[in-house]
Ligand binder design. Sequence first.
Ligand code: CA
Length: 211
Amino acid sequence: MYLVCDGMGGAAAGEIASSLAVDEMMRLLTDRDTETQLPELIDQAIAAANQAIYSRAQANQKLNGMGTTMVALVVEERHVRLINIGDSRCYRLRAGHLEQISLDHSLVDEQVRLGRMTPAEALRSPLRNVITRALGTQSRVTPDIFDLEAEPGDLFLLCSDGLTRELADAKIESLLGAAVPLGGLCSSLVDAANHAGGGDNITCLLVRAKG
Ligand code: CA
């Protein structure tokens, strides 16, 4: 499993929410018994992560309203399950072409998908920070789940919005095309986003399917 969680909430609350989410997902999905089928296990892990954050926030006023995004890949052989909640993203680079696979759960993106706003308006909107789904902010959450088959050489990018706010998809595509080890590619993405303004924390994770 590979995952990126981008926390939100005042003071240290966002960091608590994102680390609770990672801990719960790792606990439930890496220690798995073989009896339970993977889709059911994923549901259980997400419910547990959501509950861990939600109950901690309920118990402490300072943590009220904290939550986190989550974008995760759960891999079994060539079968990849993509889990998404919030506005972190999963992209796939295949044969040099970058495609965004996850759909943002953000107010402006949903307006764009409904044809009520143009992508340019969405970028300028004062509401562009509003996300419509998050882990831990409500007693229940429904993730988007995408079933994918990885092809040899596919490169998956999981990233927080700190990257995609600063870099257009075309820029990400060209940076990922460099013949550099994955760690170096991550650094070049983060450097480019910082160079472009670096207005938010930036996390990115790259996973390449074996050839
Ligand atoms: Ca962020």
